[in-house]
Write a protein that binds this ligand. Structure first.
Ligand code: DO4
Ligand code: MG
Length: 281
């Protein structure tokens, strides 16, 4: 099942998406559905089917969830670890270490405050000269770390700030409009194998493609349950939080995001997440 949020009767409303149309779930956001499903111990899929209207309408997905918290993993693809080590140049293998060792890198990416949905502007910090998209598979989590569904994330990052000193990571990662999510949440009964997804990313500038990248999630070096297990150690994550699983697509400095660029991330099983970039103060 594909679950989205749409604007319906002027309100943010959860919906089941079928062939580009939506069946609204009146009086519920996706967070409401997740809380209700935990309270009543009923699966999200059954709850959505029970409460959705029978008729389909042409509805456009907005951000699929206002996440309680967003966390992100890093250096989960070899390309991300080796690029960062090459860029950084201070301590040999700083990033390779977390790629290799049992404990993964995870960091706090923010809350719904910093998240945007399809079509909304993603942020370039005014004090960054090299901001890049990080296209990632993301999971929506229940309170016990159960995967409720999969979506796409753009972990937009000011790489020059991270490169200056890794202790600046929170400033490179967390700022206004630093995270895009969408277009839908695909539940695990429909997306049965998250390790065989083909992901592409393009950046277009004034209608011309200036960057194209691709990766298969088969290159993800960790199991999602391992990332979730570490995240939940001594850390009670609220239901309806999102975990981004890391980027395998690396954008070089010559393709640093400029205002007006459009970043499009695609995974056929999930859809397309497209956002224009803009300077944020
Ligand atoms: O280590 C810095 C962040 C890495 C990251 O966000 C990624 O690999 O996706
Ligand atoms: Mg990332």
């Amino acid at each position: 099942m594909k679950i989205a949020q749409v604007i319906w009767n002027g309100r943010v409303t959860a919906a089941i998406m079928e062939e580009g149309h939506g069946r609204p779930i009146p009086e519920h956001t996706v967070q409401d559905l997740i809380r209700l499903s935990e309270r009543e111990n009923v699966s999200l899929v059954s709850l959505a089917s029970q409460h959705a209207t029978k008729h389909k309408e042409p509805l456009k997905p907005i951000i699929p969830i206002f996440p309680s918290e967003v966390w992100a993993c890093g250096c989960t693809y070899e390309t991300s670890a080796s690029f960062r080590d090459a860029e950084h140049g201070t301590r040999e293998g700083f990033y390779a270490y977390v790629y290799r060792e049992p404990r993964p890198e995870s960091f706090f990416k923010g809350t719904a405050r910093v998240c945007v949905g399809p079509g909304q502007k993603i942020g370039i910090r005014s004090d960054s000269k090299f901001t890049a998209p990080e296209p990632e598979l993301a999971v929506v989590l229940g309170s016990k770390g159960n995967v409720l569904g999969y979506t796409l994330a753009n972990d937009v990052s000011a790489w020059d700030i991270e490169k200056e000193n890794p202790l600046y990571l929170p400033q490179s990662k967390v700022y206004n409009a630093c995270c895009s999510l969408g277009p839908v949440i695909v539940t695990p009964d429909e997306l049965t194998d998250p390790y065989k997804l083909d992901m592409t990313c393009t950046i277009t500038r004034e209608g011309k493609t200036v960057f194209e990248g691709a990766v298969s999630t088969s290159k993800l070096h960790r199991k999602i349950e391992t990332l979730v297990e570490y995240l939940f150690r001594a850390n009670s994550i609220p239901p309806g939080s999102v975990l981004c699983t890391g980027t395998g697509i690396i954008v070089k400095e010559e393709n640093a995001l400029a205002p007006g660029d459009v970043v499009t991330i695609r995974v056929p099983e999930i859809g397309e997440l497209s956002n224009p970039a803009a300077i944020v103060q």
